[in-house]
Structure formats: C-alpha cells, structure tokens
Design a protein around this ligand. Structure first.
Ligand SMILES: Nc1ncnc2c1ncn2[C@@H]1O[C@H](COP(=O)(O)OP(=O)(O)OP(=O)(O)O)[C@@H](O)[C@H]1O
Ligand SMILES: [Mg+2]
Length: 297
C-alpha cells in the first residue's frame, strides 16, 4: 500500500481544450482558425492537487475522469505532475466532461459539458491528512464525503466555485459550517452573504480577492489581510485553486494565518503569470520555508 497522502483533492475533473491565437473573433456562420490548441487537465480539484504536488506535498486526486479518449490526456498529465490518481472511469456512454475555452481579445469564452455525477458512488477516499473539495456543489451532491473524511481523521477545506443554482440549494450554510476552511472568492462570498448564508466554518473563511490579495476571517479572531504578490498577469485561470494549495500546505505545516496567506498569494501569483491551468507546472518547493519542506516525509 502506498503511504498516506498529505492532501487528496476531490471534485469534477475536466479535460480543457484551450484554443488560442485565433485569426478572427468567433462569429456565427463563420469558421475561424486557432494558432494553438492546448489539451490539459482542469477543474478546481485537479489544479489544487497539481500545485500541492509542486509544493512538495504528497497529493492525490479523487473524481471521475472524462470519458475516453480524453481520460488518457488527463491521466497522463496528472502522472507527469506527480499527482496520485484515485479516479474512477466515466460511466459507459457518458459524454466526456470537457471545457472548450476560446481565448479572444484578452478574455476567454467557455463552453462546458458537465455530465452525470461529480464523484463515483459508493464514495471512497485514499488515506490522507486532508481532504480538499473543489466546489461547493460537489459537497452538496455527495454529503457523505464529509463523514468519510472525518471518520478517517482528515481535516477538510472547501472551495466555493460560482454556481448560482447550488447557492440556492438547502444545506449550504450547514455544509460550510462542517468544514475547517471555506475558500470562496470575493464575488462568491458576497453572493452567499446576500442570500443570508453565514460563512462560519470551524477554523476560517479565506476570501480570495484577485489582484487585491486575500483576507482570512478566522473564527473568534480578528481578520488578517494580505496584498497580492506582484505578478505579470497573463491568464487568471486556476489562480484561486493555486492559492488554495499554498494556503492549505502552510496550514497543514502549522503556519500562522499570515504565513498561510502569504504562501497562498505566492501560488496565486505563479498561476496568473502563466497561461492555462497546471500545464508543465515547475517545482514550487522553494516557496515553502525550508523547515516545512524538511518536515515532510
Ligand atoms: N493580477 C494578479 N496579480 C497577482 N496575484 C493575483 C492576481 N490575480 C489573482 N491573484 C492571486 O490569486 C489569488 C486567487 O485569485 P482570485 O481571487 O482571482 O481567485 P478565484 O476568483 O477563485 O480564481 P479562479 O478563477 O481560479 O476560481 C488572489 O487571492 C491573489 O493572491
Ligand atoms: Mg475560484
């Protein structure tokens, strides 16, 4: 049996098809040609697992792979990034879970197919210190995930990910209250608060604020803010998920809140300065304090 993971990330796993360098803006009734096409693993769980592995954590991924032939690309990239896959194959006959991203005029247009369930049932998690759930909707769809993680002694973090339909479902406040760290961005936090949903997890809510940095709201303690790390931003894809990995890595190392935020924004800055999600992500262990690095097995 392989040794326990530091972190397992669970959530929807996508294959991202990113078309860039278009010879004209896309328009109905007209064919345009892309100068490049990148095929990459995507979804919050995949990108957080990739950054955690790059930081030197033993990181695993739990979810359902996109249906063939796209599963091979995602599995291969996960292996290259040092992510241990604990993923299930897509059910026979399901559409591949894919996002087509079209980079146009400095922005991106997306089309996503999100078939079936987020996670395979019956649920299973590999032994790990910590469970990170990539999106609120996944936890609402698979509430037993929490009991499973707690029974195995894991701490739990939860990204929000914008999903208007999920925000309106019953049980959102209870799901947030049951995790240790809740990690929305500013828009998501504002929307939940506007719906009257309390953001009161066991340990802290950490709000990601794009180029403005991040703010931690620890339970029973004053808020802590940190500025973003300077970055020559080229593509915001995955910044929030990269931030999650840095924050969680430092938190698992026992770092104080300000130091955890600092590693979060350092990873966010890496993410915005490179195109795409986690494609060819280099080693990021130098971002962690030497003591934390040697503390790992
Ligand atoms: N332009 C930027 N310059 C430097 N750092 C940035 C920039 N944009 C984002 N970041 C860093 O990345 C972190 C996460 O980004 P953001 O707030 O956009 O998360 P998000 O909206 O959840 O992103 P995602 O699109 O991945 O869901 C920020 O808290 C910040 O530290
Ligand atoms: Mg996000």
């Amino acid at each position: 049996m392989s040794p326990p993971l530091d972190l397992v990330a669970a959530g929807r796993i996508y294959c991202d098809l990113v078309f860039a360098g278009l010879d004209a803006p896309p328009a109905p009734g007209r064919e345009v040609y892309a100068g490049s096409l990148t095929i990459a693993g995507g979804g919050g769980a995949f990108i957080t697992a990739a950054y955690a592995a790059a930081l030197g954590l033993a990181a695993g991924l739990a979810g359902i792979l996109p249906a063939p032939p796209f599963d091979a690309a995602v599995r291969g990239e996960a292996a290259a990034l040092g992510i241990r896959s604990h993923c299930a194959p897509a059910p026979a006959g399901s559409d591949p879970q894919i996002t087509a991203a079209i980079v146009t005029g400095g922005d991106r247009a997306f089309v996503t197919r999100r078939p079936g369930a987020a996670l395979a049932e019956p649920l299973a998690l590999p032994p790990a210190r910590h469970l990170h759930v990539g999106e609120l909707a996944t936890l609402l769809d698979h509430p037993r995930l929490l009991a499973l993680a707690r029974a195995a002694g894991m701490t739990v973090s939860l990204d929000c990910s914008w999903d208007g339909a999920a925000f309106a479902r019953p049980g959102v406040a209870e799901a947030i209250a049951a995790v240790d760290l809740f990690l929305p961005n500013e828009g998501e936090a504002a929307r939940l608060l506007a719906l009257g949903i309390a953001l009161e997890p066991r340990v802290a809510t950490v709000v990601k604020r794009g180029p403005a940095g991040a703010r931690a709201l620890p339970r029973g303690a004053p808020a802590v803010e940190v500025a973003a790390a300077p970055a020559a931003a080229v593509d915001p894809t995955g910044a929030g998920d990269a931030f999650n990995a840095g924050l969680i890595a430092a938190w698992l190392d026992g770092a104080p809140v300000a130091a955890a935020l600092a590693l979060g924004v350092a990873c966010g800055a890496v993410a915005v300065a490179r195109p795409g999600g986690a494609t060819a992500l280099p080693c990021l262990a130098h971002l962690r304090p030497p003591a934390a690095r040697t503390a790992l097995p």
